[in-house]
Design a protein around this ligand. Structure first.
Ligand SMILES: Cc1cc2nc3c(=O)[nH]c(=O)nc-3n(C[C@H](O)[C@H](O)[C@H](O)COP(=O)(O)OP(=O)(O)OC[C@H]3O[C@@H](n4cnc5c(N)ncnc54)[C@H](O)[C@@H]3O)c2cc1C
Length: 323
């Protein structure tokens, strides 16, 4: 068993956790960040790295992956210890600190813990006909577009991710077909209009019946009104949403309301030395946005600083005066 020591352990390396890591460094803490995903960036990296984000202060428009890159660069000043591909399983707190155990057997001992676990550990909603095809032509995320060049791509789903990926893959792929089981879409109206105006073929009231191929995917069967048609297809992107699971966090003795952790205005949970910020927390008037998570991260880290060192001040002074 390995034991990591730090002043502040951040659980979740999404935008909130990454900014919290920077801020912990600014407050002079040794910081560790754990995430069950193998990559940094949380929902942005997993679900919309190529999407333009329009509501982050100071950036009129920024691509998801560029925002994450900036956050990671900023966090690097804190020299965080990243514990990626590992899930925080248990949390035990005592008078002097908190011990969090990870699913690989590592124990992390910290002066305080900040939970920035977003919507929890998430996994994509499966495509029933796609069982056994993951990595052989079926994917749930589109982290980069280049692998789709020259391919007949089928995107399954009717939400924002499905339409965004259709829009972005259309200029790259040989052909793009969007398949949805209803004829109404949940995606942003403007994106739907853009996709309809492109060369993307849209098949509605349709279901994927089967995938075929020797080793790698070669064709797809689509059923409409009981009639099944086979199309050439080398890539399927199943954008059917995801199942979020707070998982072990619910067993930690935290006050939870509708799958969110209740916090005070200082981002303190009902457990001493344990704070929560970003999508995962709940208080009256809560709004789930990246910009809000950044503010909460600063509040949480500054208040956690007092939990770690009772002689410290909550207000850190301005960073512009630090140099
Ligand atoms: C398609 C889409 C588009 C969006 N567009 C915008 C937008 O334009 N503007 C905007 O402000 N917001 C947008 N959002 C919302 C935004 O992405 C979230 O508000 C933001 O990601 C929340 O950040 P977070 O750091 O709190 O949580 P997350 O990004 O969810 O990160 C939490 C991390 O915690 C990890 N984790 C969870 N449980 C554990 C555990 N037990 N152990 C270890 N790790 C764990 C997860 O793996 C995850 O990486 C969008 C969301 C989606 C899905």
């Amino acid at each position: 068993m390995t034991t990591e020591q730090c002043d502040l352990l951040v659980i979740g390396a999404g935008p909130t956790g990454l900014f919290a890591a920077y801020y912990a460094g600014f407050r002079g803490h040794r910081v560790a960040v754990v995430d069950s995903l193998p990559e940094l960036g949380g929902q942005i990296t997993a679900m919309y790295p190529e999407k333009q984000i329009l509501d982050v202060a100071g950036f009129p428009s920024i691509k998801g992956r560029d925002l994450v890159e900036g956050l990671v660069t900023q966090a690097a000043t804190a020299e965080p210890t990243y514990l990626l591909g590992r899930t925080a399983e248990t949390l035990v707190h005592d008078e002097d600190g908190v011990t969090v155990s990870l699913d690989d057997g590592t124990d992390v001992r910290a002066g305080a813990v900040l939970i920035t676990a977003g919507i929890g550990k998430f996994s994509p909603r499966p495509l029933p006909a796609g069982e056994g095809w993951l990595g052989r032509g079926l994917e749930f995320f589109v982290p980069s577009f280049a692998p789709y060049a020259g391919k007949d791509v089928f995107i399954i789903g009717g939400g924002d991710s499905a339409f965004d990926w259709a829009l972005h893959l259309e200029p790259v792929a040989k052909s793009v077909t969007l398949v949805h089981r209803r004829d109404a879409f949940r995606a942003h109206e403007r994106t739907v209009e853009q996709v309809k105006a492109s060369s993307t073929r849209i098949i509605t009231k349709a279901e994927v019946a089967a995938l075929h191929g020797e080793g790698h995917l070669e064709s797809i069967d689509i059923t409409v009104d009981g009639e099944t048609t086979s199309y050439p297809c080398q890539a399927v992107v199943a954008a059917l949403g995801f199942i979020a699971d707070l998982g072990p966090i619910q067993q930690w003795g935290l006050e939870v309301q509708k799958r969110h952790i209740v916090v005070s205005p200082s981002m303190q949970t009902n457990l001493s030395r344990v704070f929560a910020a970003g999508d995962i927390n709940e208080y009256p008037g809560k709004v789930r946005l990246i910009a809000v998570g950044f503010g909460e991260a600063a509040t949480a880290v500054n208040n956690a600083t007092v939990a770690i060192d009772p002689g410290a001040k909550v207000f850190p002074g301005h960073s512009s005066e630090a140099g």
